[in-house]
Write a protein that binds this ligand. Structure first.
Ligand code: PEP
Length: 249
């Protein structure tokens, strides 16, 4: 049985008071669920989020990290710094990091490797752009993103990987992949992993869908057999919407 997960990526939103207020609201509205619920505030508010959620089942993830142990990397955050405040989940490869900060599959491979070595869980994001889908290259783009960043990992490492398929054309656009498009790609991802490794790794990895998931489309998307939950951007910033999405899983 795969773990169901709903994760909220808050991006560069919410100051410390707003972070605490949103988490208090979300905790009060959290539906009864077997799914793992994760929130990802910005770096400076991770410690406050951990404090606010001390008595909660809601987990906290970082939105990025550096691959190096420590050193002269001005502005960067290491795995040990995150672990030091008890944050052991990290989102890597978000399309905004790839598009605005030049993160490549090769760089991401290093970051994932560090996260695994440090005992962290990684929510690894990937997905095609609109032109890739229009030109019918979406499967090959996704396959190469997985291969370049993840397929050097050993089988054991996959226990620490959560995948998040996020078609770039659906992120923050209000346009979502249809449940059928999401299912088709998630099944392809599983097949690709089964060919590179084996069927048990492919069957066990949770694959989240991300891209304009809202309360009114969440249950249709989550009903698909290879969709194990969602990575939610905009709608995770409103406690009612995020709670409704969690309830939909
Ligand atoms: C995201 O940024 O990961 C995301 C899925 O955003 P949104 O839900 O706003 O499309």
């Amino acid at each position: 049985m795969r773990t169901k997960i709903v994760a909220g990526n808050w991006k560069m939103n919410k100051n410390m008071e707003e972070t605490e207020a949103l988490l208090a609201e979300l905790s009060a509205k959290l539906p009864d669920t077997k799914a793992q619920v994760i929130v990802s505030p910005t770096f400076v508010n991770l410690a406050a989020a951990k404090r606010s959620l001390q008595a909660s089942t809601i987990q906290v993830a970082a939105q990025n990290m550096h691959f190096a142990e420590s050193g002269a990397y001005t502005g960067e955050i290491s795995a040990d710094m995150l672990l030091n405040i008890d944050v052991d989940i990290v989102i890597l490869g978000h399309s905004e990091r790839r598009a605005y900060f030049g993160e490549t599959d090769e760089l991401l491979a290093k970051k994932v490797k560090t996260a695994i070595e440090k005992g962290m869980k990684t929510i690894f994001c990937f997905g095609e752009e609109l032109e890739d889908r229009k030109s019918d290259n979406h499967f090959s783009v996704v396959e190469s993103q997985l291969k370049n960043a993840l397929f050097d990992l050993d089988a054991e490492a996959w226990k620490s990987i959560i995948l998040a398929y996020e078609p770039v054309w659906a992120i923050g656009t209000g346009e979502t992949a249809s449940p059928e498009q999401a299912q088709e790609m998630h099944a392809f991802i599983r097949k690709t992993i089964a060919s590179a490794y084996d069927a048990s790794i492919a069957d066990e990895v949770s694959i989240l869908y991300g891209g304009s998931v809202k309360p009114d489309n969440a249950s249709d998307i989550f009903s698909k057999p290879d969709v194990d939950g969602g990575l939610i951007g905009g709608a995770s910033l409103k406690s009612d919407d995020f709670a409704a999405i969690i309830a939909a899983i």
